[in-house]
Structure formats: structure tokens, C-alpha cells
Ligand binder design. Structure first.
Ligand SMILES: NC(=O)C1=CN([C@@H]2O[C@H](COP(=O)(O)OP(=O)(O)OC[C@H]3O[C@@H](n4cnc5c(N)ncnc54)[C@H](O)[C@@H]3O)[C@@H](O)[C@H]2O)C=CC1
Ligand SMILES: O=C(O)C(=O)CO
Length: 413
């Protein structure tokens, strides 16, 4: 039997019971829920990662929906418990949902939400920060300074890499990978090589246009190339940033053999998920190649690092903070809450999870829709088309009913 968990309750008389497994930034998400007759219960237990038993205790006998975290194991056991409690909705407060067994959720008819878009630029900025910090050895130099070792300017002190004119490689050029690529190309005039299962057309157009602009101004134009294999990126790029989803196809994408194909002085950045890199192989590679550098936000056995990593001077390690800007974290909380609310209220699903701005406008009511439900197709949920209607502010289900048939379609229909 799990110990009782401590909770904070908002709007105790609300009709729908929504549980958040963690306090989340801001209050807008709470207000949006209580305005719609939800009783909001927030777990305030001083324990960073809640166990399945803890969460079962939180769900209790009656629960309409849960907002959870990427550190939690949302599988058969939890979805069965949520279903028994009458729950119909779960949302991760994260865009990645590799901690969620979506098939198990489908089995119980539970909607699974995530929070795309609002963290794109923030996460890309951290990847860019790690790239720069690694290229210019900022963490090593900072430690040196604080240790009182600086006794005067020297021609060879902390010499790093110039990014301008080098090649940036992106693996997984989706929302975040493309945003990172744009930052590195525009900010540092790097050439781009990327690998993704799909063509990143907008990104290609951006680099082409920027290259033309530079050329027109008498500068060396930047270039882009879509690689036909990931290995091509690893061989050619000077800085490589990983941004794919974590699934069976990307587990240990970077392993001993692939590390060996990279340039000896390359920089590798990971702001996706830890298991995309074989971290044991990485530690060995860092030991053998002191000029090879990494910037890591995520770890294979998070929150732990593989033995030896913490001692490596050529590794910069930060604790999974890539999405940690105030605006983004508050926005993630809002999207997660609205995903759960949308299902409870029977709203349709927003048609384009890449255009979530209307949900984030603090001066307007959010659209009556769930911003992003990843298993909408399996649940046969109605999608609302927001193409060209990003300012749509229908309020309530009646507004949704009033939409024309062109604006609604069944997924897969
Ligand atoms: N460190 C952090 O705090 C954060 C980490 N993330 C991670 O970043 C991931 C990506 O997020 P978004 O860019 O929003 O998702 P996205 O879905 O827009 O992009 C992922 C891209 O990976 C590509 N991809 C999938 N399998 C691949 C493969 N085998 N090889 C190459 N490319 C492949 C997809 O085609 C897609 O373009 C999330 O799933 C999450 O795990 C996201 C936000 C913050
Ligand atoms: O959204 C995600 O996937 C995260 O990793 C949280 O920042």
C-alpha cells in the first residue's frame, strides 16, 4: 500500500477532478481548469520522481484526468487505474512521450496529450548554447578562472573552434532540429547537413534564401544538404546536434562504431533523449579523443550519468533543462491542462499541433479544443481544422458545433 501523498487543492467543489502529479509553473493552467468547473489537485510530495504506486494513490477512486511528467512510467498499470477511476484523459507536460505506452492508453480509450511547439525555440537555444560552450570551452575556462589559475593572457589558453564556415549537422530536423539549424546557420554562418526521414522543405528554403542574401552582400553563401544517411552527417559535420524522437529506430543511434566515423575534433550535442546515445561508448570515446567534445542535456539512465562521464573535461553536462524558460514551462503547463480539459469537455482536437499560439495568448480565451492528442487517430477523435484560422476563438462546445463541415474532419476518414 503506497503512503498517502500530500496534495494542494484548488476549487474543492469542482465537478471534474483533475490531478497534476507535480506543481507546474504559473497559475494560468490552474485558472483555466477551475473556470471550467474542475477541482484541481496538485501533488506536493517532496519526491522528485513519483513511483507507479504513488500515482495510483493520487488517482484514487474518482479521477477525470491526470497531468503527468516525463519521469513517470505511464503504462498498463496506470492507465488501468485511471480508467477504473473513470478517467478519460492524460497529458504529459512534455512534447516527448516515450515514457507513455500509447497502446495501453488506447486499450482504455484514454486520450494522451503532449505539448509541442511551445518549447521549440527554448530547446533549440539550449542546444545552441551547448554547441557554443563546447566549441569555446566555456565551462573548462570558467572552472580554471574560479580555481585561481589564471595568471595572464596566453596565446594558447583555451583555444577552441571557430564555427563560421564549418558544417553543422542535424539529426532529426523536425520542429526543434530545424529551429536549431536556423540559429546555427543564421547566427554563425555555418553550412548545414541534415538527416531526417522527411524532407525539411522550409528549412531548406530558409538556408537557400539566407545564402542568397549573403552572396548579394559580397559574403560567402551558406549551403545546405539533405544527407541520404545518418552516417553521411556524422562523417561530414563539425558540430552535430541530435533532435529525433526516442523510439526503437533511434535507440543507441550513436554507438561505438558511429562515434569512430566522426571527426576527431567534432562536437556532439544531445537535447533529445539520453538513450539515443550509447553513453558507455561515448565515455570511452571521450577518453580516447580529448579534442572531441560533447554537450549533454539528457542521459541514458537519467538522473544518473554513466561511470566516468562526470570526470571528462571534454563533456558539458546539464540536468535536462533544455525547455526551462519561464514562458515555455508556463506554456507547457497550459497546453497539458487544456489537453486534459478538452477531453473532459468533449471538445475536438486542434488540427495543427505546430500552431499552438492561440492557446498561449494570455489575453484571450483559448480555443475550445485539445491542443495536441497523440492518439487521436486511434480514438477516432474529431479534429478541428485551424489552417488559416489561427485566430479562431470559439468558446465552448456550441461554438464548435457551429463550425462548417469543411472545418471538421474525422482523422483518417
Ligand atoms: N531535452 C529537452 O528538454 C527536450 C527534449 N525534447 C525531445 O526532442 C524530441 C523532438 O521534439 P520535436 O522537434 O518537437 O519533435 P518533431 O516530431 O517535430 O521532430 C522529431 C523529428 O525526428 C525525426 N525522426 C524520427 N525518427 C528518426 C530517425 N530514425 N532518424 C532521423 N530522424 C528521425 C522525425 O521525422 C521528426 O522530423 C522530442 O520527442 C523529445 O524527446 C523535446 C523538448 C525538450
Ligand atoms: O518536452 C520534452 O520532451 C522534454 O524533454 C521536457 O523539456
Amino acid at each position: 500500500m503506497a503512503k498517502p501523498v500530500s496534495i494542494e487543492v484548488w476549487n474543492p467543489n469542482g465537478k471534474y477532478r483533475v490531478v497534476s502529479t507535480k506543481p507546474m509553473p504559473g497559475t494560468r493552467w490552474i485558472n483555466l481548469l477551475i473556470e471550467q468547473d474542475c477541482r484541481v489537485e496538485i501533488c506536493t510530495q517532496k519526491k522528485t520522481i513519483l513511483s507507479v504506486e504513488d500515482i495510483i494513490a493520487l488517482i484514487g477512486d474518482k479521477c477525470d484526468g491526470v497531468i503527468g511528467q516525463l519521469t513517470e512510467d505511464w503504462g498498463e498499470t496506470l492507465f488501468a487505474a485511471l480508467s477504473r477511476a473513470g478517467g478519460k484523459a492524460f497529458s504529459n507536460m512534455a512534447v516527448g512521450y516515450n515514457n507513455v505506452d500509447v497502446n495501453a492508453a488506447n486499450k482504455y480509450g484514454i486520450a494522451v496529450g503532449n505539448t509541442p511547439g511551445v518549447l521549440t525555440e527554448t530547446t533549440a537555444e539550449l542546444a545552441a548554447s551547448l554547441s557554443l560552450a563546447a566549441a569555446r570551452r566555456i565551462v573548462e575556462a570558467d572552472e580554471f578562472m574560479r580555481a585561481g589559475l589564471y595568471d595572464g593572457w596566453l596565446p594558447n589558453l583555451f583555444v577552441g573552434n571557430l564555427l563560421k564556415g564549418q558544417t553543422v549537422g542535424v539529426i532529426g530536423a523536425g520542429r526543434i532540429g530545424s529551429a536549431y539549424a536556423r540559429m546555427m546557420v543564421e547566427g554563425f554562418k555555418m553550412n548545414l547537413i541534415y538527416y531526417d526521414l522527411y524532407q525539411a522543405t522550409r528549412l531548406e528554403k530558409f538556408v537557400t534564401a539566407y545564402g542568397q542574401f549573403l552572396k548579394a552582400n559580397g559574403e560567402q553563401p551558406v549551403t545546405w544538404k539533405r544527407a541520404s544517411s545518418m552516417d553521411e552527417v556524422l562523417r561530414e559535420a563539425d558540430v552535430i546536434s541530435l533532435h529525433p524522437v526516442l523510439d526503437k529506430t533511434t535507440y543507441h543511434l550513436i554507438n561505438k562504431e558511429r562515434l569512430a566515423t566522426m571527426k576527431k575534433e567534432a562536437i556532439l550535442v544531445n537535447c533529445s533523449r539520453g538513450p539515443v546515445i550509447d553513453e558507455v561508448a561515448l565515455v570511452e570515446h571521450l577518453k580516447q579523443n580529448p579534442m572531441f567534445r560533447v554537450g549533454l542535456d539528457v542521459f541514458e539512465d537519467e538522473p544518473y550519468m554513466k561511470p566516468g562521464l562526470a570526470e571528462m573535461k571534454n563533456a558539458i553536462v546539464v540536468p535536462h533543462i533544455a525547455s526551462a524558460s519561464k514562458w515555455t514551462r508556463e506554456g507547457m503547463a497550459t497546453l497539458a491542462a487544456l489537453n486534459v480539459l478538452g477531453k473532459i469537455k468533449g471538445y475536438p482536437i486542434w488540427g495543427n499541433p505546430n500552431q499552438v499560439e492561440p492557446f498561449l495568448n494570455e489575453n484571450a480565451q483559448p480555443p475550445a479544443a485539445s491542443p495536441s492528442i497523440v492518439n487521436s487517430k486511434a480514438l477516432g477523435k474529431i479534429k478541428i481544422s485551424n489552417v488559416g484560422t489561427v485566430c479562431l476563438t470559439i468558446s465552448g462546445f456550441a461554438g464548435f458545433k457551429a463550425l462548417s463541415s469543411q472545418q471538421l474532419h474525422h482523422i483518417g476518414a
